[in-house]
Design a protein around this ligand. Structure first.
Ligand code: ATP
Ligand code: ATP
Ligand code: MG
Ligand code: MG
Length: 258
């Protein structure tokens, strides 16, 4: 039977190319991670192992897809930025989105035991995703600032919430105590009741994680005089930078260079 009898079904596929010359942002988020984190006994409010696992998955993404120039992650979410000129899968949205979500989910399960050696996965973790195009560096930076502000707000709330719960308050009481409080009040509560100075908590908790390629110096050998011979190369790194202010972007002009 000739296959051409059936080929017309292809014509039902719709074109889904993303706008050219725009930064492509794919944001993935863990599905039902509230429950997943409880079922796997994550430390609260921040499980460092889980965050490091998310960061390793993001680093694997940058190694696998060189068009990703930057990634930002917090909690169970990660945003991946593809360069403006990317022609990955002809910029087809469904391809780019499905690859990101499936690769990330798969690496998460694959690397789980490295970060939780004594904890078996009880069921498969999975992620949802969306893709949005941003036409200018300014809007893209605002997008990332929006995610980092969200990280600040949630982390401060969660730090207070769990300090109260661990001190014996019920979840409902903790929730009611915090309702309507401002940043300053939360900082004072942490300091006065729990001697926690919010600003000295780990940067990974307060700022989230940035993944990008940076120049690193390697000592490749030592010459006859015993002096080191250095070489620079690009390496995927994780850092916990402030990306709300302008300074990160002026110090790393290559990341969003057109
Ligand atoms: P949805 O499926 O709609 O995304 P969700 O349960 O995943 O629902 P989110 O709003 O995405 O809800 O929030 C993720 C939740 O996962 C957090 O509220 C927190 O309880 C938990 N979580 C994620 N990462 C960590 C971590 N590193 N340490 C502790 N808890 C975490
Ligand atoms: P793409 O990334 O574009 O999907 P691909 O290499 O996955 O490329 P497909 O057109 O999806 O190519 O075809 C899948 C290929 O995988 C098959 O041609 C076959 O070689 C191999 N394959 C898949 N499943 C099996 C299987 N059960 N046994 C043997 N080979 C398989
Ligand atoms: Mg989630
Ligand atoms: Mg989330």
């Amino acid at each position: 039977m000739a296959n051409s009898n059936y080929e017309y079904v292809k014509s039902f596929e719709v074109e889904d190319r993303l706008m050219p010359s725009t930064w492509i942002v794919v944001r993935i988020d863990g599905c039902h991670f509230h429950r997943f984190s409880e079922d796997h006994e994550f430390d609260k409010p921040n499980d460092e192992r889980a965050l490091n696992l998310m960061n390793s998955c993001a680093m694997a993404m940058l190694e696998e897809f060189p068009d990703i120039v930057f990634a930002y992650g917090v909690s169970d979410e990660y945003s991946f930025i593809l360069k403006k000129t990317s022609q990955l899968y002809e910029r087809r949205a469904s391809k780019i989105l499905s690859l990101t979500v499936s690769f990330f989910s798969s690496v998460y399960g694959f690397m789980w035991k490295e970060f939780f050696p004594n904890k078996k996965l009880k069921y498969p973790p999975y992620f949802d995703g969306r893709v949005v195009c941003y036409p200018s560096a300014k809007i893209l930076q605002d997008y990332l600032a929006w995610r980092q502000v969200d990280c600040h707000i949630n982390n401060q709330y969660n730090t207070c919430f769990w300090a109260l719960v661990k001190s014996g308050k019920s979840k409902m009481e903790a929730h009611n105590l915090l309702k309507g409080t401002q940043t300053q009040e939360k900082n004072e509560l942490l300091f006065q009741q729990f001697s926690i100075n919010y600003n000295t908590l780990p940067a990974m908790f307060r700022k989230g994680s940035c993944v990008f390629k940076d120049k690193v110096e390697d000592i490749v050998k030592f010459n006859e005089d015993g002096d080191p011979v250095r070489r620079y190369r690009k390496k995927v790194i994780v850092d916990h930078c402030d990306i709300i202010g302008k300074s990160f972007w002026t110090e790393h002009p290559n990341i969003l260079a057109e």
